[in-house]
Ligand binder design. Structure first.
Ligand SMILES: NC(=O)c1ccc[n+]([C@@H]2O[C@H](COP(=O)([O-])OP(=O)(O)OC[C@H]3O[C@@H](n4cnc5c(N)ncnc54)[C@H](O)[C@@H]3O)[C@@H](O)[C@H]2O)c1
Length: 272
């Protein structure tokens, strides 16, 4: 159901790779709620061309940008303001990539060049985006900026290695820029800490299926889906959440507050 929550709002959405992407679902919901926006992704990711399908459905222009390049972000922001006909009201950062995870490197044996790449792509890009928005005076008063995070920023999970450090940095950047942009322009900046979700990035983590099932059994509401995440993100982009900022918002079906569930206990009891 649509409520026109984003009618007249202009945005930039990073990170829609294919139909499984959380950003893809968020773009669809933003469109349903009346927003206009540009879609962006790394030029390499766009070669697969799937984003054009989404762009057509949402009547959105696709503007390639490597989110680690301030120069490319600068072009993206200027062009978005131009195409959308005004300053930006909302931004979604849904970007994550770790070469160390891709190559199966464990935490004690990280390649440090790749570690820096993980931090740059998955966390510093968030800083760079807000830097460019502020420098170009491209963000509207009362705008809302959201990045997607994961609870490995606070707690240890196997095989999440340097992405955990990137997520902790990402959440810290949300507080840093939240304080700055809140004071100057009433802009809010938050992270949503999402349940494990079956996407290209998610499935890249070793043992993801077992991990997904465990989280599901440990969450009283079950894992939050990408569609649920899209609904929640829309509320944060809307005018209904104008005093929420500098928060890491747990969108996880209750996982983060659960010590043990009967379902998980049962699995261990079966082992005897
Ligand atoms: N899938 C999960 O279980 C899960 C859980 C919590 C949080 N998240 C987070 O959600 C976000 C979106 O991931 P997803 O799960 O939808 O997977 P996804 O693979 O669909 O999205 C990741 C995106 O990052 C983009 N990207 C990578 N390098 C980039 C660069 N240099 N410049 C611009 N874009 C770049 C990719 O092209 C892709 O579109 C990520 O931050 C991820 O960490 C995912």
């Amino acid at each position: 159901m649509a409520y026109n929550l984003l009618k007249g709002k202009r945005g930039i959405i990073f990170g829609a790779l294919n139909e499984d992407s959380i950003a893809w679902k968020i773009a669809l919901r933003c469109h349903e709620e009346g927003a206009s926006f540009t879609l962006t992704n790394a030029p390499l990711a766009m070669r697969m061309g799937e984003i054009n399908k989404l762009a057509e459905t949402c009547n959105a222009k696709v503007i390639p940008a490597d989110a680690t390049s301030v120069e490319e972000l600068d072009k993206l922001v200027k062009e978005s303001v131009d195409v959308l006909g005004g300053k930006i009201d909302f931004v979604l950062h849904a970007i994550g990539m770790s070469p160390n995870i891709r190559k199966g490197k464990e935490y004690g044996d990280l390649n440090y060049d790749w570690y820096i790449k993980t931090l740059d792509v998955s966390a510093l890009s968030f800083h760079k985006i807000m830097h460019v928005l502020e420098k170009n005076d491209a963000i509207n008063d009362y705008a809302s900026i959201v990045a997607l995070s994961y609870i490995a920023a606070q707690r240890i999970f196997p095989d999440y290695t340097d992405m955990a450090d990137a997520k902790a940095t990402l959440e810290s950047i949300a507080r840093g820029y939240g304080a700055r942009l809140g004071k100057s322009k009433k802009v809010r900046v938050n992270t949503i800490s999402q349940s494990p979700t079956m996407t290209t990035a998610g499935k890249g983590i070793a043992g993801f299926n077992a991990f997904f099932d465990f989280a599901d059994k440990m969450s009283p509401l079950g894992n939050a889906t990408a569609e649920d995440c899209a609904n929640y993100t829309v509320t944060l982009f809307s005018d209904l959440t104008r005093s929420v900022t500098m928060q890491n918002l747990l969108h996880d079906g209750g996982f983060s507050s659960t010590g043990m569930t009967a379902e998980v206990m049962h699995l261990f009891e079966q082992q005897g």
